[in-house]
Design a protein around this ligand. Structure first.
Ligand SMILES: Nc1ncnc2c1ncn2[C@@H]1O[C@H](COP(=O)(O)OP(=O)(O)O)[C@@H](O)[C@H]1O
Ligand SMILES: [Mg+2]
Length: 484
């Protein structure tokens, strides 16, 4: 899959994320509409059920009734019939309702009459006969039943865990006129139920009104919303990690190729020097000229040693990566080791016309460590500072103590390391390529990786502070030795 490079994967990931975001939005919208409808249906059934219950309670109040009586007044057919009867409001239609209960039987009458001549008008459109009851008693019964209905609606809402701000409107039963409006503008209402009677005195009809059910629906959908948000976040995180991994692998592959060509070049130089020397000895019979022979042999030995050192370095790194390196820990004073390394590098320093300052502390700085590896770390860091800085480089090595930690800093005024590479320079084989993609300075890309590993084995860490063009400061932080 040649097209699957990190350059193509990024737009692919973005497109996939946008598409899944759109799909999620469409799905959530559908779900929102369905849930909203569901809540409306639930509200309607709560009010109708409450009305059925209250009518039954008002009819049977104070009387022990037969099961047939209960069956009739709580049946859905009776409820539907009554709703239809109450809702039938036509011009000229006079409807009258009457019920009578005695010991033997219960009589329910629904009477509708209208004149065939449409020009003549009835005054009253609908009414209920309320046997021998005074208007006052009818009104007080009505108030009582209204209260019962409203509190039953409230209870059922709580039962279904629907937390809404609700209100009710009242309509006159006969004329159908609104007599108790709600204090909310009509266009701000999310739900308006049908009108229901709540007793058989037929004074008023009840209507449940809800202002805003948006947050109720959102609350009902909370688990869907959270899971869909989590899914998006997880997908984005997976893509991010995948792209990062791919980028790292590409960098690693590039670095490996660079390392191989670098190493081949480095190995080839001593081999060709030795073969030229041996060929010259043979061609010019240098056995007869012991002075020249010795010189050529010395060059060959020196080159062979260099070759051996290089191979050893790679092998040692391999061992360290496999965790096979065993460190020889002992109590060591860091400053004399630093002094020795700086002293050993004097020739290189002079060659580059560089200048090293060492700022030691007055007291000795003891750590538990492997002297050989620690001195290699110092060597690598000073070598880098020298190699990558231009001539007349100024290098400052200093030690300090804070919080039982020892900090050794190596500061140079070289080209610095761009922020984007500051993590990667510690990776195996990683080298920064200059603009022409050719490294001017020889190296393997193993030095800082080695430094990081050795310091980690000493329970310390390395920090890098640098800005492009403004030099580098590498800080080696190690725990100080403490006598228990
Ligand atoms: N002091 C420094 N100044 C500028 N760049 C540096 C410095 N030290 C390290 N680098 C960059 O970090 C890379 C990795 O360093 P290192 O692991 O020591 O490998 P090498 O020196 O073999 O290339 C180097 O190739 C170089 O680009
Ligand atoms: Mg190096």
């Amino acid at each position: 899959m040649k097209w699957l490079t990190s350059r193509n994967v990024f737009p692919l990931a973005v497109i996939t994320l946008i598409i899944s975001l759109c799909l999620q939005c469409a799905w959530i919208r559908q779900l929102y509409l369905a849930q909203k409808q569901d809540i409306k249906t639930k509200l309607e059934s709560i009010v109708s059920n409450a009305s059925k219950q209250i009518v039954y309670r008002s009819v049977s109040r104070g009387r022990e009734r037969s099961s047939r009586f209960k069956q009739f007044f709580l049946s859905s057919e009776w409820f539907a019939l009554r709703q239809a009867f109450d809702g039938l409001k036509l011009d000229n239609l006079h409807s009258q309702f009457h019920y009578g209960i005695d010991n033997d039987s219960t009589v329910v009458e629904m009477r509708m009459s209208f004149l065939n001549d449409p020009k003549k008008h009835f005054k009253i459109s609908s009414s209920a006969k309320t046997d021998n009851m005074s208007p006052r008693q009818v009104s007080s019964d009505d108030q009582k039943d209204l209260k019962s209905l409203d509190s039953l609606v409230n209870r059922q809402l709580q039962q279904f865990d629907i937390r809404i701000h609700r209100n009710y409107a009242l309509y006159d039963y006969s004329s159908g006129n609104l007599i108790k409006p709600v204090p909310v503008a009509k266009n701000k209402l999310s739900f308006v139920s049908e009108c229901y009677t709540y007793n058989l005195k037929f004074l008023h009809r009840y209507q449940l009104v809800v202002g805003n059910i948006f947050w109720v629906v959102i609350f009902q959908m909370r688990y869907y919303l959270i899971s869909s948000f989590m899914m998006l976040v997880l997908t984005a995180a997976a893509f991010y990690l995948l792209i990062r991994l791919m980028k790292n692998q590409q960098l690693y592959a590039q670095a490996k190729i660079a390392f191989t060509s670098n190493m081949t070049h480095e190995l080839q130089t001593p081999i060709s020097t030795i073969s030229v020397a041996l060929e010259s000895i043979k061609k010019y019979h240098l056995i007869d000229q012991p002075e020249k022979l010795e010189n050529y042999l010395n060059i060959s030995v020196h080159e062979l040693q260099r070759l051996q050192a290089m191979i050893e370095k790679v092998l040692k790194q391999e061992q360290m990566d496999l965790g096979e390196t065993k460190l020889q820990f002992s109590l060591i004073d860091v400053q004399p080791i630093l002094q020795q390394v700086i002293h050993a590098m004097e020739v290189q320093v002079q060659e580059k016309n560089a200048f090293i300052t060492f700022l030691p502390t007055a007291e000795p700085l003891f750590i538990k460590g492997d002297a050989m590896h620690i001195s290699n770390v110092f060597y690598n860091l000073i070598d880098n500072a020298l190699k990558y800085s231009p001539v007349h480089a100024k290098i400052e090595v200093s030690c300090s103590i804070a919080d039982r930690q020892l900090t050794i800093s190596f500061k140079d005024n070289g080209p610095g390391i761009n922020e984007i590479y500051q993590q990667q320079v510690f990776e195996r084989f990683f080298r920064i390529f200059n603009q022409d993609n050719i490294h001017n300075v020889k190296g393997s890309g193993l030095g800082l990786h080695y430094v990081k590993q050795v310091i980690a084995l000493h329970d310390g860490h390395v920090e890098l502070y640098s800005k492009d063009g403004k030099g580098c400061t590498f800080m080696v932080i190690l725990p100080l030795y403490e006598e228990n």
